[in-house]
Design a protein around this ligand. Sequence first.
Ligand SMILES: NC(=O)c1ccc[n+]([C@@H]2O[C@H](COP(=O)([O-])OP(=O)(O)OC[C@H]3O[C@@H](n4cnc5c(N)ncnc54)[C@H](O)[C@@H]3O)[C@@H](O)[C@H]2O)c1
Length: 328
Amino acid sequence: MRYLVTGGAGFVGSHVVLALLDAGHEVAVLDDLSTGHRAAVPPDVPFFLVDLASQEATAGVMAQGPWDGVLHFAALSRVGDSVRRPLHYLRRNYLTTLNLIEACVAHGVKKFVFSSTAALFGGTERTGLISEAASVDPGSPYGESKFMIERVLHWADRIYGMRSACLRYFNAAGADPAGRAGEDHRPETHLIPLTIEAALGMRPTLKLFGLDYPTMDGSCIRDYVHVADIAEAHLRALEQMEQGSICYNIGTGCGYSNLEVIASVERVSGRSVPWEPAPRREGDPVRLVADPARLHADTGWTPRFAGLDMIVETALRWRQAHPQGYAD
Ligand SMILES: NC(=O)c1ccc[n+]([C@@H]2O[C@H](COP(=O)([O-])OP(=O)(O)OC[C@H]3O[C@@H](n4cnc5c(N)ncnc54)[C@H](O)[C@@H]3O)[C@@H](O)[C@H]2O)c1
């Protein structure tokens, strides 16, 4: 199959590109390199340096099809930033994706895979596992922008027959087990890479936002899912959507507190992590843990990297091999 991957130079997208290539597919990447890295994409993969905000340039890439499917990772994705710049996030994520969906419909693309998020559930306190049947209540403009797009995809299927897979990742983490790709956000806002940087002495201290949450140790709880397992879920989704549009929560069903993440990094690296408490961040929910039962029942997907230490180990290994991140 021949797939177009938007945001393929970013963290999750670059790992999915590798998984698609490993499975024998043909892949091209569209990315504006606003947060991604050219070096994260294998040099022989066709690369379109395009901003999806340009309707004309986006349509131009679609015209270079036929594409058997489009996998859409490109987005602004920092929750805290979206609270500070809500209208910018809503406009950017919605309009860039609308440009892409319109171009897909115009060129008869049959499958559209969308990177959605656990942030769809962040506005309500959740105690148990979050299934696809849970009520959507985004706790941030970022989450809202993703939900708006899920609704557009609903109509694109109903009226034009374009099938979609909305994959709501919980916390993506880790790195390619073979060391070909890793996580390099600038600035970094994700807990595992930040904790690793603190352990390796690359930042003086780790700021822990909020220690007064109603959890067992006062810190927030998240479901960390290995990026290679997320990539595998995309391959399964592409098969499963032959039968119709789908929507899955992608997580492991296990939640870890921020303090447990620090303990895991200390255990795996053998170094201590300097950290200091900081006030809560706006838009941060207390607890987000997926119920992955539907994905498992429909596709047989199960996480290979179950357990925080396994995830941390691959992330640490990549960081130690790339202390400056990608060279670009
Ligand atoms: N990382 C996570 O834990 C997580 C969790 C849930 C959902 N997601 C979603 O997964 C997707 C990928 O996340 P990530 O962590 O890999 O982010 P990332 O920032 O590493 O990757 C995004 C990529 O999209 C590109 N991009 C952004 N805007 C663009 C535009 N207008 N035109 C073309 N390219 C553009 C960037 O250059 C980058 O390469 C995002 O949609 C994000 O919302 C991520």
